[in-house]
Design a protein. Sequence first.
Length: 233
Amino acid sequence: NVCCPVVFLVQVNDWFIQSMQFLSCRPSVDIAIAEKVDVKAEKTFTAQELFHWLVPLVRSETPEIREAVVTALGKTNPLVFKELIEELQVSMKDALEKRTESTRKRRKRDVLRVYLARILELTADHGCFRDSPSGVVDDNKALMPVFLDYIEGTKGFLVAECDKDSPVHHHLRLHFCGFVAQMVNSMPQGRARSSLLTAPMRQELFFLFSGWCGVFALSLSGLEKRATRVIKS
């Protein structure tokens, strides 16, 4: 039956999301597995173990599995968001590393970049950057270095990439913009927002994003030069 794999994937995706939401109550989950009515064995899974199993599936060759995992990870509770980022760091570094590789491997890394941007966009929309228990903002209200490195690396990749018209790069721009917007908007107005990113990075992101706005980008060239002089002064 053709519908069986689809139904299975939907059920798996629902289970992933329920697992992420259940982790809001505690950093570890007690799961009772009953093989018989009167005999039960208890096994404990930590959030770190769950992420350790899920994150590699972002690289799956099956699109349906990737979509299910991305949707589930995007619903991660802020209480265990830091554990998720620890598991994602290897993939984030791999996605941004500059290397000479075959066309097939380059395309796979392009897809990985898109899915990482989608995960961060969804988690930002889910409140992971807003809630202090996530631990992604330090005492000075600045982002953790891993996010600053990710934003800087992705920005550099998008500026230098030659094949700017490919669909995968359109998706990367879309979700990267969405991530930055959702992250900033989730923070309270005032110092919490202004301290997230350095002034030069905010300026660079503004003009990068505006450059993707068609005719609106044409009127910003002079403004960019003046803003650069102000920042340097």
